[in-house]
Structure formats: structure tokens, C-alpha cells
Write a new protein. Structure first.
Lengths: 359, 613
């Protein structure tokens, strides 16, 4: 059996494969192609999902259960969701499929020289990460997953997350075909992030394409993504690579892992770190450098999740966790900044007549 | 902006003990409520204090340049190039401080017609810029020559025989009046030329700035200036001459003499050897015209030039000799400046997303680069070279007035207006001719003593930033570039005020050149004091000019009271990669030598860290 049909290392994923590996894995593959440091991992493809449903007799059963349900009928949607998710999570991943996933997990462990390596298991939906129908945040993420059994169980949970009440209702409202929405699962080495956050290759506040804006907090990026803290913010001029603005905020909480249990926990930031700057200057410019490369690779403004890992006290690594096209400024209709004119004096005159707003 | 309110010009504060000050200045500079129409006009306009040019109150004579540009700037906008939406800039004075306001074209229907004229006229200048500019340079040099050659004749006890035997038919009294008229006329003429290119230069620059700010909302003005800034501009030339002379003194082995610093001793020492004479020849050559560089902006009579006091350039030259002896470079990092400029330009250009935008960018950048050298270079011709000569010619007139006891000191003449001087000269020459006593000695010393007192009171008063009503838009290019009157700057004024009233350890100005450093303050109120600068100190000065250039070799940041992003300190700091905060209003009075401070040139902020170093 062709393993790559069901499981594919990120290195082999690219944007042409969104249907097979989902948006997230495809974009991680693209990042690796641009030599962007991405934590290693692999995709469990949509074919694996299809095969799992098929092997467990769920393909038709789900569609039948869901058809005719009114997206606005909360109770009906809830009931269908509960049923379908229970079926999926109780399903059996067949041996060949299990072997392939386990084999890739072991490869990952070997690469990281760490048996039973902790991984993040995330949904990588085929419709997610698309600028026009963002499913972002609608599927589940499982952190610090260790061992094959746990991994397989989390895969099933990811698959079942396609059928949360919100997802069902959303697809119903948007008129998306439930049969067409498929799910791949991204299995990625966990980064024990020291600091993390998001960055934009364009200033999201002003639309300035020459500014990289970095939001950062201690620990995992979740606190930044969810908006639970006001992160530190750094502006970097892409051309000169100067840090043009630093706003260090009072950061109340952060997410980290309990070293004993590998459980992610939310903690209060220690008083001495609350108002300390969470990124060093070289890390800020290092991130901005990566932002530039990612933008160049995609040829458009991007929105990027990143983390730094301090595996050694004297050395930090920057990782890019995911990236997707920026949606706000990129979708604005692009008009010429000034209507083209034939001579300098015409431009100058037009500018003079417009004047400068003062009031 | 609704929280920003400015007083009505008719209710502006009056200072007790200065009653009657208005007679020191032209009558049409007064705010007046006498006539309802004029009153209404004055209230409806936004008058802002021209602190950029006038950090101190106006001397009755020095207002000549204000009148000169009142006429020249306005005529070029409104009567010569017909800038479609902007007429001239109107002027007033209150308590000795100049207030100005751009006058817009209010009749919307007039604009298209003006636009047509502007296209033809301004278009001609933009298209033929280089040719017209060459022509300008020769006209300007001719004016300067005439000024240099102008003789101010001293009325003699008895006219020379030649008056009779050559049948000349006129007296020195007449020629003194004529020479004074000619002197004033040349000044006004120089200022006519001053604006021949400036309005259009600023307009082109404003447009480029506007384009860049639309494309890149976060772009600092510094970066735009860097993209258009010239490399080979005259403001660096006097300093370059000084470096050449420093090098030459070492090459000729006369650097020990040069290190003396005291100009009389240096000149005497040099004259004693052949190599010294070679150096002197080069020195004399450099002086004309480059040592006419003023130690201030050139706007005030007390801004003296290097030629007025050779100790200034000679002691500054010592800094270069010391560096050269240590084998250090004193060269401007021009190659680096060019590389950075190109990298910046290309970087921003590449971020534009369409061919149309890139075409506009290219066209406007090229135009801005064509006009920019003029924008920087005219200052040397007019404000430095011409003014420096001019002030000294007026001093020659003053010497005659002093001889006849009309004034007690030569430097008292600045307390008289140019019209009053003309009247006094009439008084003087008629009395001289008649052999009677003029009335001047009874009038002027007393009046001048009173005026000095008034000026002192003006100095202690803080002029409000603005008066009258804030407009919705401003189209007048100078108002935008020079004074930076935009909604942001109004907010900045409010911020300056808030900080001034609150945090005593913080001083805010305009970000002149990026970077953050900590260091020790050295307050230098005049260029003579730059000798005290130690390596790595932070220069705090009222303003700087090209004659301050050697200071920038020693310092790690600069702070000025006056100036915007285009001022000398900002330009030079950007070139040397030093942080600068300019236009702080009060840094020289609030900071003290020896204090430790932190300068943030990107934000335009200064923090006092500790009192002692």
C-alpha cells in the first residue's frame, strides 16, 4: 500500500495539496520549502479520514444523520453532533492505517532523539486557512500528546471535531456540502515555547507594507491568539530592519507546560516578568527577517504564528508554527495611490489642490 | 482637534511696561480691532508663531527679512506661479513675535483657471529647472558682488577736490543716502531670488512626501528626506574646506602652528615660513566664499560668520587635525550614505504593488531629487553669504550714526527700523551739510534704551503657538514643509504642552534622526563653545548650522531648541547615524551640562536619568 497516500511528512506537502493535507499542513510544507524553521511533523491525509469513515461504515451514516437538519435549530444540531462525534471517536483505526501513523511518529521521535516525543495534534481542514471562508479556530487542537495510542485517539477527536455543533451549523448556513469538507490531521513536534505570539508582514492597523508587527507574550502563543493578554508589540521596518516601535505591556497571564504532567496550564506571570520585554532585539529582527522571507515566498502579506524555544540556556531557536494570508488589507480593492498622470507638474498640482487635512 | 483652542489675536496677552511697542515695527503688522472687516478677517485666520525662524523677539531692523519674504514668498505663490488653491502668507507681530497665516483661495471657481496658469508657468520651471537654476546662480552671485563692492561713504569735513574739479555735482551726504538705499534694495532683491525656486521646490517635495505617506502610512519623514537628500550639497562645503585645510597643514608640516587655535597667532606663525605661506594661500582661498557660513541661521544680525571671527573655524579645525594625527578618518561617509539611500529607495519602491504606483514614485522621486539641492543650497547663498556681508555693511552705516552721536553703540542700530535709519540719515546729512546739530542724538539714544527694555520683557514672555481659528485643510506648500502644520503637528503641540506641564524629567521634540543613546549633556549656546565638547557627549544647542559641523565628529547625539526634520542638526545626524531630537523649544534651558540623559531620536523624547555624570 502506498504510504504517502495516507501519511505525508510536512517536507512533502505543498499548496497544491490542500485537498489532501488541508490548509495547515500545506502551508507548513510551503514554509519548509522557503527554508523557514518549522517544527517537524507529518500530515494524516484526508484519504486516511475517508478510509477511516469507510472502514467504520460511517460515510453514509453521517450524511444521513445530518441531512435535512435546520442549521438554526440548536437542539437538532446538538443532537446530531453528539451522535456523529460518538461514532467517530468509538471507531477503529485499521491496522495498516495505524501502522503508517505509528511509523511516522517513531521517525519523528528518532529525529528529535526523544522517545515518545510530545506532539501537537491539530486539525488541518481543507476549507480552513482559505481567506474567503476561514474556519480558523473551529477545529480542536491537542497539545503534549505522547505515545501512539494517545496520538490515534486524538486523531479521531480531530476528525470528529468536523462535526461540532458550530461547524455543522456554520456549513449549513454557508451552504457548504458536508460531504466535501474533509479533514487532515497535522502531527507536529511540540515546541516548549519560551515566548510566542503572532506577527503580520503588514501593519494591520495602518496597512503599511513596510512594517512588520510582532505581538509577543511569555509561554505559548495561545494567550496572544485568544486575546487574553495585551501582548508586547514591536514594529520593524522591513527595509532598514530597525525596530521602530516597542510597546512593552503589563502581561498578566501566560500558558506553559507542567514539566511533571505535560499538562498545559495557565499561570499568572511572575511580578518581575510582567512588565519585562518578552523578546530580545536580535530575536525581534530575526523574526522580522523570517516574516519577510515568508511574505516573499507567498508573494502576499501574511499572518504568522511563531514561538521561540530555549532548549539551551544560551541559545534560543525561533520556530514558525503556521502562516496564512492576511485577510483585511489584502482584500481591499487596490486603486493606484495617485491616478497616473503624464508629468510631474500635474501630480504636484493635483496634490496642491487636495491640500492637507488639518482639522 | 476640537480640544485645541487658541486665543483670538485681539485678546492676546499684553505685557505691562511695553505699551507703545507697536511703533518699533511696520504699522501693517499689527493685529487691530479698529476696522470690523479686518478684525473679522484676523479672527477667522489661523495665526501660528514662526518659531522656526524666530526663536527670539524681532529686532526692529531685523524684521527686514521678514518683510522681504512676506513679499517674495507670497508673490511667487499668488502672482507669479499662481498656485491654484494657495495665495500668499500673511504676517503679523505681537509682543515682538512674528505670527503668520497661509491665505487660501476661497473662491472654488477660481481654482481651475489658476490651475491652467500654474500648469503653464510652474511646468516651465520644472521642465527647465537646471538651465534656470544656472541662471539663478549667476544672478545671485551678481547681487552678492554688488553688495561686496558697495561703498558706504563717510561724510567728510570738506568734500574732496574732485567733486569740484571733476564736476561731479553731488555730495557724500547724497551718496550716503543713495548707498543706504542701494544696500536695502540689494537685500530685498536677494530675497526676491531666494524664492524663485523655493515655492516649486517645496511643492514637489510635499507631493512626494504625500505619496510616500499614503503608500506607507508608517514611514518616518526622515526616511523620505533620506531618499531625496542630496550628497553634494553646499551645506557640507565649509566643513569640507576645513578638513582640507587640516590635512594640508599636516602635509606641509605646519600643523603645530595650526594647532595654536588663536587666529592671530596662527596667521602670524604661518606667514613666517614658505610652507606656512602655502597654507595661508589655501586658507585665503577657502575663505571666499565658504567662510561666510553663519554660526547661526543667518536670520539675526548677531549670527556672525567664520570670516567675522576666524577663531571659530581655526579652533574647530583642531578637532580634525587631532583626528588625522591619530590616523582616524574625518571624511563624510558619503559612499555609505549613497548605498543606504539607494537601498532605502529600492526597498520602498519594491513594496509598491502596481506598475502605476511605481511609475508615479519614479517620476516624483526624480523631480524631488532635481529640486532638492536648491532647497538646501539657497541657504548658503542668501542666509549665509549675502546676510553675513549685509549685516557688516549695516554696521558701517551704524558707525557713521555713532560718530554723529545718533546712537551710543554700533550694535544699537538693530533697535531702529530700516525706515527710521533712513530718516536718521537724512537728519544726519542735512545737519552735516548745514553745520547745525541734528535732532537724532536727542531722540535715538533715549528711544533705543527704552526699546532694549521692551525687548527684554518680550524675551521673558512665552508666545502662544497659535492664535485665531484652525482651518480644515492647508494647501500652502511652505506651511506644510517648513512649519509642518498638519493635524499631527497640532497634536504634537498639545503633547509638548502636556509634557511641559507634567513630567519634569522628560523633554519632547521632533524626531530628527533615529536611534537611542545614553550620555552626558554638554550645553553649547554658541558655536564658540563647541571646543568644550568631550568625545561621546550629547550636544544640546539652540540650533546648529554648517559652522557647527566639527562638533558632530565628537558627539553621540544632538538636541536643539529650534528646527524640524529638515534642519541642519537633523540632516547631519542622519548622515552620521547619530540620534537627534530637534525643535524641543527649551532643551538648552532645561538641560544642564553634566546631566546624564537618554535620547530617543525615533520618538523625539529625552529623559533625564541623573543630575551627575
Amino acid at each position: 500500500m502506498d504510504m504517502s497516500r495516507y501519511v505525508l511528512p510536512f517536507e512533502e506537502c505543498d499548496l497544491s495539496m490542500v485537498n489532501r493535507v488541508g490548509g495547515k499542513c500545506a502551508s507548513l510544507g510551503e514554509l519548509l520549502k522557503a527554508r523557514i524553521p518549522v517544527p517537524p511533523g507529518f500530515a494524516v491525509t484526508t484519504a486516511a479520514y475517508d478510509r477511516f469513515l469507510e472502514e467504520n461504515g460511517l460515510t453514509r451514516r453521517i450524511l444521513e444523520r445530518i441531512s435535512g437538519i435546520d442549521a438554526e435549530d440548536v437542539d437538532a444540531v446538538d443532537a446530531a453532533s453528539t451522535d456523529i462525534r460518538a461514532w467517530i471517536e468509538a471507531g477503529t483505526i485499521s491496522e495498516p492505517l495505524e501502522d503508517m501513523i505509528a511509523e511516522n511518529y517513531r521517525l519523528l521521535s528518532r529525529r528529535a532523539r526523544m522517545p515518545g516525543i510530545p506532539v501537537a495534534v491539530r486539525s488541518s481542514a481543507t476549507a480552513e486557512d482559505l481567506p474567503d471562508a476561514s474556519f480558523a479556530g473551529q477545529q480542536d487542537t491537542f497539545l503534549w500528546v505522547r505515545g501512539v495510542d494517545d496520538l490515534l485517539a486524538r486523531c479521531k477527536q480531530c476528525w470528529s471535531s468536523l462535526f461540532t455543533p458550530r461547524a455543522i451549523a456554520y456549513r449549513g448556513r454557508m451552504g457548504f456540502d458536508h460531504a466535501q469538507v474533509k479533514l487532515s490531521v497535522a502531527v507536529q513536534k511540540m515546541v516548549r515555547s519560551f515566548t510566542a505570539g503572532v506577527m503580520f508582514t503588514i501593519n494591520p492597523a495602518t496597512g503599511d507594507p513596510a512594517t512588520v508587527v510582532i505581538d509577543s507574550n511569555w509561554g505559548y502563543g495561545e494567550s496572544v491568539v485568544s486575546g487574553e493578554v495585551t501582548p508586547d508589540q514591536f514594529h520593524v521596518n522591513k527595509i532598514t530592519m530597525e525596530v521602530t516601535k516597542k510597546t512593552v505591556s503589563d502581561k498578566a497571564i501566560y500558558y506553559t507546560t507542567d514539566p511533571e504532567t505535560d499538562q498545559v496550564m495557565k499561570l499568572e506571570v511572575e511580578p518581575e516578568r510582567r512588565e519585562a520585554q518578552s523578546l530580545l532585539e536580535p530575536e525581534i529582527t530575526g523574526l522580522a527577517e523570517l516574516a519577510k522571507r515568508i511574505e516573499k515566498h507567498y508573494g502576499k502579506p501574511m499572518d504568522i504564528e511563531w514561538a521561540t524555544e530555549k532548549s539551551l540556556p544560551y541559545k534560543g531557536e525561533i520556530y514558525i508554527l503556521q502562516s496564512r494570508p492576511e485577510t483585511v488589507w489584502s482584500q481591499k480593492k487596490r486603486e493606484p495611490i495617485e491616478q497616473p498622470k503624464s508629468s510631474a507638474v500635474e501630480y504636484i498640482m493635483a496634490g496642491l489642490i487636495k491640500g492637507k487635512k488639518v482639522g | 482637534m476640537s480640544d485645541l483652542r487658541f486665543p483670538s489675536p485681539h485678546e492676546a496677552e499684553r505685557i505691562p511696561g511695553t505699551e507703545g511697542w507697536e511703533r518699533m515695527y511696520p504699522y501693517y503688522y499689527r493685529f487691530t480691532a479698529d476696522d470690523p472687516k479686518r478684525k473679522q478677517y484676523e479672527e477667522s485666520m489661523f495665526w501660528f508663531y514662526d518659531g522656526l525662524h524666530y526663536p527670539e523677539p524681532m529686532y526692529p531692523f531685523d524684521i527686514i527679512w521678514d518683510e522681504a519674504w512676506f513679499l517674495a514668498l507670497s508673490q511667487y505663490n499668488n502672482r507669479i506661479f499662481i498656485v491654484p488653491p494657495a495665495k500668499g502668507i500673511d504676517h503679523r507681530i505681537h509682543n515682538g513675535y512674528i505670527y503668520i497665516t497661509p491665505v487660501p483661495v476661497t473662491d472654488a471657481e477660481a481654482i481651475p483657471k489658476r490651475a491652467e496658469e500654474f500648469m503653464k508657468r510652474a511646468g516651465y520651471y520644472y521642465e527647465n529647472w537646471d538651465k534656470l537654476h544656472d541662471n539663478w546662480e549667476s544672478k545671485m552671485k551678481e547681487v552678492i558682488n554688488k553688495l561686496a563692492e558697495l561703498q558706504i561713504p563717510v561724510p567728510p569735513e570738506k568734500e574732496d577736490d574732485s567733486v569740484v574739479f571733476d564736476g561731479i555735482g553731488t555730495s557724500t551726504g547724497y551718496h550716503l543716502l543713495k548707498a543706504y538705499d542701494k544696500l536695502i534694495d540689494l537685500g530685498i532683491l536677494a530675497w526676491q531670488y531666494h524664492f524663485e525656486f523655493l515655492n516649486l521646490g517645496y511643492a514637489a517635495y510635499v507631493f512626494f512626501v504625500d505619496f510616500c505617506q499614503k503608500a506607507f502610512p508608517d514611514i518616518p519623514l526622515q526616511k523620505i528626506t533620506q531618499m531625496v537628500g542630496g550628497i553634494d550639497v553646499i551645506i557640507y562645503r565649509p566643513d569640507e574646506e576645513l578638513k582640507k585645510l587640516a590635512r594640508l597643514s599636516i602635509d606641509l608640516g605646519v600643523d603645530d602652528i595650526a594647532m595654536n587655535g588663536d587666529s592671530a597667532k596662527v596667521l602670524k606663525g604661518m606667514a613666517e615660513s614658505d610652507n606656512g605661506k602655502k597654507w595661508l594661500a589655501a586658507f585665503e582661498k577657502a575663505r571666499e566664499p565658504w567662510f561666510y557660513v553663519s554660526t547661526g541661521t543667518g536670520w539675526y544680525h548677531h549670527d556672525r560668520c567664520w570670516n567675522d571671527d576666524l577663531d571659530i573655524p581655526l579652533s574647530a579645525m583642531k578637532i580634525y587635525i587631532e583626528k588625522l594625527r591619530k590616523g582616524e578618518s574625518v571624511d563624510r561617509p558619503t559612499q555609505q550614505v549613497i548605498e543606504e539611500r539607494d537601498k532605502l529607495t529600492e526597498g520602498y519602491r519594491n513594496l509598491l504593488t502596481s506598475d502605476e504606483d511605481r511609475a508615479t514614485f519614479d517620476k516624483m522621486l526624480a523631480t524631488a531629487r532635481t529640486v532638492f539641492p536648491y532647497v538646501e543650497n539657497h541657504l548658503f547663498y542668501v542666509e549665509h553669504w549675502f546676510h553675513s556681508l549685509f549685516w557688516n555693511k549695516i554696521r558701517e552705516v551704524a558707525a557713521i550714526l555713532k560718530d554723529h552721536k545718533f546712537i551710543e553703540d554700533i550694535e544699537d542700530i538693530w533697535y531702529m527700523s530700516r525706515q527710521e535709519i533712513k530718516d536718521a540719515l537724512w537728519d544726519l546729512v542735512t545737519a552735516w551739510a548745514t553745520g547745525s546739530d541734528g535732532r537724532g542724538p536727542l531722540v535715538w539714544p533715549k528711544e533705543i534704551a527704552w526699546r532694549k527694555g521692551v525687548m527684554e520683557k518680550f524675551r521673558q514672555w512665552t508666545p502662544p503657538d497659535g492664535m485665531g481659528t484652525i482651518p480644515e485643510t492647508i494647501s500652502e506648500p511652505f506651511t506644510i514643509v517648513l512649519w509642518g502644520i498638519t493635524s499631527e503637528s497640532m497634536a504634537q503641540w498639545a503633547r509638548l504642552k502636556a509634557v511641559a506641564e507634567g513630567d519634569l524629567d522628560k523633554i519632547v521634540g521632533f524626531p530628527g534622526s533615529p536611534g537611542i543613546v545614553e550620555g552626558i549633556v554638554r550645553v553649547c549656546r554658541t558655536v564658540q563653545e563647541i571646543n568644550q565638547l568631550q568625545d561621546g557627549e550629547i550636544l544640546v544647542a539652540p540650533t546648529t548650522s554648517p559652522s557647527w559641523a566639527p562638533a558632530f565628529q565628537k558627539i553621540k547625539a544632538a538636541i536643539t531648541d529650534v528646527g524640524g526634520v529638515m534642519c541642519h542638526a537633523a540632516i547631519v545626524c542622519r548622515e552620521y547615524g547619530l540620534p537627534a531630537v530637534v525643535g524641543t523649544g527649551s532643551a538648552t534651558s532645561r538641560l544642564k551640562t553634566g546631566q546624564k540623559i537618554r535620547v530617543d531620536g525615533s520618538k523625539g523624547e529625552i529623559d533625564i536619568i541623573s543630575e551627575e555624570s
